[in-house]
Design a protein. Sequence first.
Length: 135
Amino acid sequence: YAIGLDLAIHGLVRSCAVYGGDATALTARQREAWNQRNAPLLAAAHRYLKFVQARIARQDGEQAAAQWYESRKRELQDESQVALRQKFDRQPDAFATCRRVAASLHRGELDVATDAGHAAVLRAIALELPADARE
């Protein structure tokens, strides 16, 4: 969830950059603030992926682990693309959508912690998994 959300927000900011000027600066600033607020939970999500990859490597070999990781990465990228299309494809005014996204980022409405279930799991992962994601 967290990594997919991160990818989607990255994509939204890139999509807004085509408008230049205020849209680019506004969404980029809000993206940075979002990154700072969400960094611990995103780090936990990444550590979990690396942890699972390490377990697969031990059980099934490095090649299987690399294939799993690439497959999961593609799934997350695909999910983020769907989220992007949902935000922009149905909107008659994409610039207004950029402003709404920036406002949502500013208000914290798109923070990982807004989903209490996912946030609780990621907080537990942050406490349980070592920083190098090894058992």
